[in-house]
Design a protein around this ligand. Structure first.
Ligand SMILES: NC(=O)c1ccc[n+]([C@@H]2O[C@H](COP(=O)([O-])OP(=O)(O)OC[C@H]3O[C@@H](n4cnc5c(N)ncnc54)[C@H](O)[C@@H]3O)[C@@H](O)[C@H]2O)c1
Length: 391
């Protein structure tokens, strides 16, 4: 089985799906790796490094698609909503693809992918079970986004983060408030603390409290309780608008007293909750910074503009998307390790063995033989249930 790594095509994307260090584990398991020339360059991985570890180079993108049985990508058609479509004619029936496919994005796009006949696996659908932790690309990318969000805020803030006692007096530490203590939010807490800030966080899932505290953050308790806050997979559940309204009222004071607010509150498949209103931005001290990690899907802050940095009422609001791509070396390394673990799980003796009894395989499989076969995705888009699962 040949695993093909095309160069990422989304404008500005700097990551690559595999890195040289993982190649030997794949070849040892019976896979061959073919990399498009230059695919790793913007992440800091040269062609010669891939070759040295046993990969072959392909001169063109078309050659990678033609020779590979499995295509691995970071942003595939779906999550690459700019140039991803151009790959559709290159896919072959029965070829496997693995990548970020944005399975809950658009029914039309998912069906377009199905129509090519590819066997596609969406890394976003990886179940959050202990056995799949090493394959969890969403967590890897969220870790990087949480880290980078703090650096962006620190760079923009007209204050320093740490407390300093100097001959010129004492500098008070920055107050960083994080809303949404999932993977990204927890990494933001750690990073802010390492830079010396006072970090506090809020999440509507009560389970987050202990995690925030274990990282040295203060957990902000609000006198409001979410209904069934968490689902079986550990994700937050959608709430009524009245709940969000009450949250905004209660969060107002904490936001106003913070120098930096990082928002990372999300509910899978839903528009992120609006937690910071225009009035709340207005209440912040001049120079304060908001980094909205939910920006791509609509944002947690009313004034966020996806992909942009704007200044409103003297407050900088950063809505950059795809932050993991701005740390491409480690983002690619983490992603490559996740994919390698996944490939080793799917493939035995260099062959893909699709065991649909297996939760990891079944949950991540999105399309096969011309159909959208994922039950969750079919339900989400109200597609009629398939007659019998194909094995
Ligand atoms: N393998 C595993 O077991 C595994 C792997 C990764 C994550 N997890 C767990 O899954 C959970 C969510 O992970 P994620 O970061 O991908 O989630 P996410 O990106 O979907 O959401 C981020 C956070 O936003 C919070 N949130 C949503 N709406 C909110 C609101 N209105 N107000 C405040 N907070 C709100 C959620 O509770 C979540 O903690 C965490 O508990 C994490 O520890 C488990």
């Amino acid at each position: 089985m040949i695993v093909g790594v095309p160069k990422e095509a989304f404008p500005g994307e700097r990551r690559v799906a595999l890195v040289p260090v993982v190649v030997p584990s794949l070849t040892k398991a019976g896979f061959q790796v073919v990399v498009e020339a230059g695919a790793g360059a913007s992440a800091g991985y040269g062609d010669a490094d891939f070759v040295e570890k046993g990969a072959k180079l392909a001169a063109t993108r078309a050659e990678v698609f033609l020779s590979a049985d499995i295509i691995v990508q970071v942003l595939s058609h779906g999550s690459n909503d700019v140039t991803g479509k151009e790959d559709l004619p290159l896919f072959r029936r029965g070829q496997a693809i693995i990548g970020f496919l944005r399975p809950f994005g658009s029914s039309g796009v998912v069906q377009e992918l199905a129509a090519t006949g590819v066997t596609s696996f969406s890394v976003e659908l990886m179940p959050r079970i202990t056995r799949a932790q090493s394959m969890d690309a969403l967590s890897s990318m969220a870790t990087i986004a949480g880290y980078k969000a703090v650096l962006l805020a620190a760079d923009r803030l007209p204050r320093m983060f740490p407390m300093l006692t100097t001959a010129a007096g004492t500098i008070t530490p920055a107050r960083v408030f994080i809303i949404g203590a999932g993977v990204a939010g927890l990494q933001a807490i750690s990073t802010a603390r390492r830079l010396g800030a006072v970090a506090s966080a809020y999440d509507m899932r009560p389970a987050a409290k202990e995690q925030v505290q274990s990282l040295g953050g203060r957990f902000v308790e609000l006198p409001i309780e979410a209904q069934d806050a968490q689902d079986a997979r550990g994700y937050a559940r959608q709430q009524e608008e009245t709940f969000f309204q009450r949250q905004r009222e209660l969060l107002g004071r904490v936001v106003a007293e913070s120098d930096v607010v990082i928002t990372a509150a999300m509910v899978p498949g839903k528009k992120p909750p609006l937690l910071i209103t225009r009035e709340m931005v207005q209440s912040m001290a001049p120079g304060s910074v908001i980094v909205d990690l939910a920006s791509e899907r609509g944002g947690n802050c009313e004034l966020t503009q996806a992909g942009q940095r704007v200044v409103e009422y003297n407050v900088t609001i950063i809505g950059y998307i795809n932050l993991a791509s701005t740390v491409p070396y480690h983002a690619s390394q983490m992603y490559a390790r996740n994919l390698t673990a996944f490939l080793l799980h799917l493939g035995k003796e260099g062959k893909l063995q699709l065991d649909l009894e297996d939760e990891i395989t079944r949950e991540t499989l999105l399309t096969r033989d011309g159909e959208v076969v994922n039950a969750r995705v079919r339900e989400f888009f109200s597609l009629p249930a398939l007659a019998a699962p194909k094995s």
